[in-house]
Structure formats: structure tokens, C-alpha cells
Design a protein around this ligand. Sequence first.
Ligand SMILES: [Zn+2]
Length: 535
Amino acid sequence: MQKLFVIIYLCLISAGQLSAQKVQKVASSPKLVVGVMVDQMRWDFIYRYKAKYGENGFKRILREGFSNENAHIPYAQTVTAAGHACVYTGSVPAVNGIMGNEWYDRSLKRQVYCVEDDSVKIVGGNPSKEPMSPKNLMTTTVTDELELATNFRSKVIGVAIKDRGSILPAGHAGDAAYWYDAASGNFVSSTWYMPSLMPWADAFNKRKVVDSLYQLNWNLSQPMDQYTQSDNSHPSYAKNPFPRKLDGNVGKSYGAIASTPWGNTLTLAFSKAAVEAEGMGADSIPDFLAISLSSPDYIGHAFGPNSVEIEDTYLKLDKELGAFLDYLDKKVGKGNYTFFLTADHGVAHNPAFMQAHQIPALGMKASKKAETNTMLKFGLKRLVEANANYQVYLDRSHIDSVGVDFSSVKRYFIQELMKEPDVQFAFDNETISAVNMPAEFKEMFQKGFNHKLAGDVQVVYKPGYFFGSTPMGTTHGSMYPYDSHIPLLWMGWGIKNGISHRKVYMSDIAGTVAALLKIQMPSGNVGNIIEEVIK
Ligand SMILES: [Zn+2]
């Protein structure tokens, strides 16, 4: 009997130890957060090419992670800088100040670039190149909040080909943002982060990975007739058939890599080097790797979403992504890192392609009619001081000097704009709430309107309409869903398995990451926590 008690007692002890071990295994935070932004990735690209994706990339994330299928940009200016700022600040241009890639500054009387900062210097490349920093970002990022929460013991690193794609996500307090310098073929940084380039980054640059990628040329992943999701009569192939020769760029033309799928390969190779050298995800203090893949945007602008170039870019990206996740599994441990993937904006189809299928779209030419009529009416020599992000900055001092009433000029100009056939809405930025426009759109303009930086009049063109007309190119930047509907995928530590079609916003991402990390949300946060994602 006593023996039986001993056996039961031993069993209970070992069961207790076992459950204690289990509890210990569930850490209180991930070792690493990896945020991947795919520049210009439309939500529908997850499904458009799904049949051809492998098992380890997008399909693995869908299988093991969570997909918010109905994620949208909450403000009107769907461009790169505003998108990267929103994802990481949980905020909108009205509050975080990043209301475009550039905007007009009335006091400086010039366009301001989102991450320009002449008080710093470039490190690792040509020091006379335009210096960059997150100075213009008015709020904290979730990466700043992580640094604050861990007393700056976390490693926060941003990597992208585009400067704004790495600087804005890395925040003000990040350890580093690295971006690609087309002149030198180097990843560079700024004295904002470090006095000189980190030795590991310098060593990476010396390997000139870009040259070995050029040697691969651009071969299609599948035979041309397998690209059934793309327009095979696209003008780009007749002019420049596959395989695309890239080896002529070796040792020079370092910028050309950005417009090929190998731009993603290069960015991920540098990101891995950062993980290795900086020991990211190696201890229990959470680190944050913020990657932005810029190449899909360059390729998308040149060829549009219905091209073999874009289809092949996503087939290659799917493979790269799978290999990168496998790497993180080995390096940081499966279940030890939280991964999310989203985009800074989507993109429109090419207008000529849409017209060929009788779908409304137009590559517009700029019209001066409303401006000319307004100047004639009020006897003005000048009316428009600048244009940015479909906003018009009126020449306030000239209108003042002529002695006519500013409000009357503005009202008349808006009425004239509304007469133009391509214009859907034109309105006074000071009174957005009074505009007769669907509430969903109105809110996007309110969130995009920064009192200090915005223009006087907002012009909105019809869906599918934008400036410029090329036989195959395209762009983004409107409030319409093809530009504002983005993928939002999650996987790993703290993430449930599932799918949701509830409408959520880009501005909800930072708050959700903050909730997972049990840290304060960013200072300008307007988003909510996406509860269904969190375990
Ligand atoms: Zn972009």
C-alpha cells in the first residue's frame, strides 16, 4: 500500500513538474517582432496568384496564422510615406504629420520630402547625398514605445531599399534604419542613428551582393504560357522579352536592382545579416525588425498589376518569404517570434488596359481651366502657389495684395473645378465635415488633413482616373479601394489561427502589436486593437 502511495506521489510530482515546464515554455513576450511591408501589394494578390504559390510562403501564413481580409487605409493619401508612418504610429496624417511622400511648406516656399533632415549626414555612402532622419514624424511609433518599455534594451532595426520605408518604421529611438543607395550599391544610414556605419553593414556592402544578383539576370519562374493571370499581349514583352538581361549592370548601374524581383532578395539578405550581427531575437528582451520590400512598387509602377512582371515578382517573393520564415524558425525558434505582413497602399490598373475592357478609367492631362477662369474673374495674376497630394495651395499673399476676398476666390475656384468632367469632388479643406460626400470618404479626408501642412482645396478625381497616361504604367494615391485595401497577415507568438472579414484599419496594427507586447501604444494612436488576432 505504502509503495502504491509512493508511486502515486511520484506521478503527481512529475505531472506537476511537467505542467510547470509547459507554463515556462509560454514566454511572456516574443523574442522578436518581424514586420514586413510589401510596397504596393494589393490585398487581392494573396488570392490572385495563390494557386501558384508554394506551401512555405503566403500559404503557410494563411494555414498557421491569421488573415484580416478586410483591412483598409483610414486616410485619403494612399502613398508610401503615409502608409509606413500609419502602420507604425497607429495614427493618421492629421496627427503624425506624414501627409504624403512630400508636401508643400508655405513658410519655406518649397516641397518638403517626408524624411529630409539637413541637420544630419549620410553614413556608409556618399556623405554629400541628401541626409535623412525621422525628424518630420510628429508622434512616437510602436518601435519607439518598445524602446521606452525596455529602457532602450530592445534592438530596433528598419531595412528597405527606400529611405522612407526604413526610417519611418524604425521610429525616432530605433537603433538603426538602413536603406539602399543607388549610386554606391551600399546600404547606408544616417548620423541620426550612428556616427559611422556599423562594421557588419560595411562588410555586407563590400560583398556587393547586388552584383551576384545581376549575374542571375531575370528569368521567369515558369514558362511564359503559364502566366495565365497576366496579359500576355502586354506591350512590355514585345519590346523587352524575357529573360531580361541584368548582367550588364555588374559593377555599375546599382539602381537597376530596385526594379527587379532581386531587390527583395537583397533586402532580405541584408535583414538576415542584421539579425545575425545584432543578435536579434537572441534573448528574452523583445527586438523589432521592420522590413519594407520596395521592389514590388517600382515594378508595379512600370508595368501595372496585370503584367507577367508583377505575377513573376509575387511568385518569387512567395519563395523568398518562405525561405525567410524557415530561417527565422531556425534562428529564433518557431513560435518565438511574431510576424506580420501588410502593405503601405495598393495600386490602380492601367487606364488603357481598363478602357480596352470597357471599364471606366482615364490617364488624365492636367487642366488649367478652373484656375484660368478664377484668375480672370478676380483679376489675379496668380492663383495657385503649389500642388501636392491632390491638394491646391492658393497664393494667399497675391490674393491679399489684389484686395479681393480670399473666401470668395476659393469658393469660385471650387465651383469651377466641380464643372470639370474628370472631377468627382472638390472642396474646401477647412470645412470637410460640411461636404456632401459619403461618410466613409469624408472621414478619410478628415484623417488625412493636417492643419499645419495641408493645402486649401482638395480635388478628388473619378474612380480609376489619375494623372499621366502610359501604355502600361500605373499609380496609386487615391481613397478608392484598389489603393486602400491592403493585406494584413499575422503569424507566430501570440497569434491565433483564423480569418476575419470584419473591417479593420491600417491604424489598428500598431495598437495590436503594442497589446501583444504589453507596452504602451504610440503617442498619436487613433486605432483599435484587433482582438480576434490575439490568443
Ligand atoms: Zn509605396
